[in-house]
Design a protein around this ligand. Structure first.
Ligand SMILES: Nc1nc2c(ncn2[C@@H]2O[C@H](COP(=O)(O)OP(=O)(O)OP(=O)(O)O)[C@@H](O)[C@H]2O)c(=O)[nH]1
Length: 413
């Protein structure tokens, strides 16, 4: 809440606005122009004038509006005061020429950590709420540690990480008072330890023209949206980007990619719905190469990892890309919807085997209390996590940093 600015009268008189007396209430409203404007007042103009006589009358007689409402003599209207104000204004004007005004603070966009923390709020609320309820004025004993282990496993952090956290506490704090905050500190430290090695940026090798990124994942996991967000990031870095609408099953997916292309300034290669996806990929790599594009991002149709024929088709897309450039795809990114919880582990395993995943993007961390799954995935597979998504807008995809994630999920600022 911002403080309310004092009203004009308060600023003029330095106190509360004068309460009108009954006699004054009979005076017709004074026009605004009659109120002296300090900025316009010159020393000459403020020589106090005698106050007009107001005859107290039992019967109110209409009083004509005076031509000039006398200023009831506050110090602000004395010639000295006006001089002082003018001097200060002149000084401020000089300074403004030398120092341009600072940009307004409130215009700044919300920082990434704030967005990450609010995106992970459901996960962290669940975790910290349960932790606090267990660690309210309790000595650390076996029963408490077991309860904590259950909480951490339910939060999808994985058995390994849950055990490490409880064992750390057992070693350092057994039989001592432990607060929720102590536990959250250990949780954040352990999560950071697990995520640190996998928090790796997506490096675009400039010697590859184009650097081919293949985006894969199950239906609705956020591939197309991530492509759009990524295209924007790359465009902001001055790279020329091409998108390939490789989800040829759905006309809506092709349109969706076209919209992202228009929005981010990336050109889009597409074929009518129903076309062969591998043929489209072949054409896109050839065209991007001919045009000397920096980056080509190829969308693919969503597929469940257990649909063998669809996984075969994905393998074919990769084989065909390699016909144009044997080193491509240079990055195969698996998008994982955080809301799917434990099934994400299976997705990493199967997509990894069939398509050679090089990095992960976890989306929709804002829509789940199960963000801890990222920790379990990192621990089990050690694959690089390049980005996380905490919302649908273009700014909601960020390079992944272990410390920020760990602090946010443990509910620490
Ligand atoms: N809240 C939230 N929604 C997201 C995020 N990323 C993607 N979405 C939404 O998830 C839905 C599916 O995203 P898409 O990008 O269409 O997913 P897809 O993997 O391309 O889907 P298919 O083409 O069906 O396989 C859309 O409504 C997106 O706006 C995220 O980080 N947070």
């Amino acid at each position: 809440m911002t403080d309310k600015k004092p009203g004009f009268f308060k600023r003029l008189f330095g106190g509360d606005a004068p309460t009108p007396t009954p006699a004054e209430t009979t005076v017709p409203p004074v026009e605004e122009t009659a109120v002296p404007d300090i900025a316009a007042v010159t020393p000459d103009a403020v020589v106090p004038e005698p106050a007009p006589e107001v005859t107290p009358a039992s019967e109110p007689t209409p009083v004509e509006a005076p031509e000039h409402v006398p200023v009831p003599g506050p110090p602000e209207t004395t010639p000295d005061y006006v001089e002082e104000v003018e001097e200060k204004a002149a000084l401020a004007a000089q300074r403004a020429v030398i120092e341009p005004p600072a940009a307004p603070v409130e215009a700044e966009p919300r920082g990434w950590f704030a967005r990450l923390a609010s995106g992970l709020k459901r996960s962290s609320d669940q975790l910290t709420g349960s932790i606090t309820s267990v660690f309210t004025k309790r000595k650390l004993d076996n029963a408490t540690l077991e309860e904590l282990e259950d909480i951490l496993i339910q939060a999808d952090l994985g058995i390994d990480t849950a055990t490490t956290i409880t064992e750390t506490l057992r070693r350092d704090r057994f039989d001592r008072d432990v607060s929720g905050e102590d536990v959250r500190a250990v949780l954040a430290a352990e999560v950071e330890k697990v995520l640190g090695p996998v928090a790796l940026p997506l490096e675009i090798d400039a010697s590859q023209k184009p650097f081919v990124i293949l985006m894969i994942g199950v239906n609705g996991s956020g591939k197309t949206t991530t492509i759009g967000k990524l295209a924007q990031k790359l465009a902001d870095e001055g790279k020329s980007v091409m998108l390939a609408a490789g989800d040829t099953f759905r006309a809506a997916a092709i349109e969706q990619l076209q919209i992202w292309g228009d929005r981010t300034g990336a050109s889009v290669v597409s074929r009518p719905a129903g076309s062969d996806a591998s043929g489209l990929a072949f054409d896109a790599v050839t065209q991007a190469r001919a045009e000397g594009r920096d980056v080509l991002i190829i969308d693919t149709a969503g597929r469940l990892q257990n649909r063998d024929e669809l996984m075969n088709e994905l393998e074919k897309v990769i084989r065909v890309i390699k016909k144009v450039d044997p080193s491509a795809p240079h990055a195969t990114l698996l998008t994982l919807d955080a809301t799917t919880g434990q099934n994400a582990l299976k997705q990493v395993e199967i997509f990894g085997q069939r398509a050679g995943v090089t990095g992960l993007v976890m989306t929709k961390l804002d829509g789940t209390a199960r963000g801890g799954i990222l920790v379990a995935i990192a621990k089990k597979f050690g694959l690089p996590v390049h980005f996380i998504g905490v919302g649908e807008s273009v700014g909601d995809l960020e390079a992944f940093t272990a410390a920020d994630f760990a602090q946010a999920i443990a509910g620490r600022d």
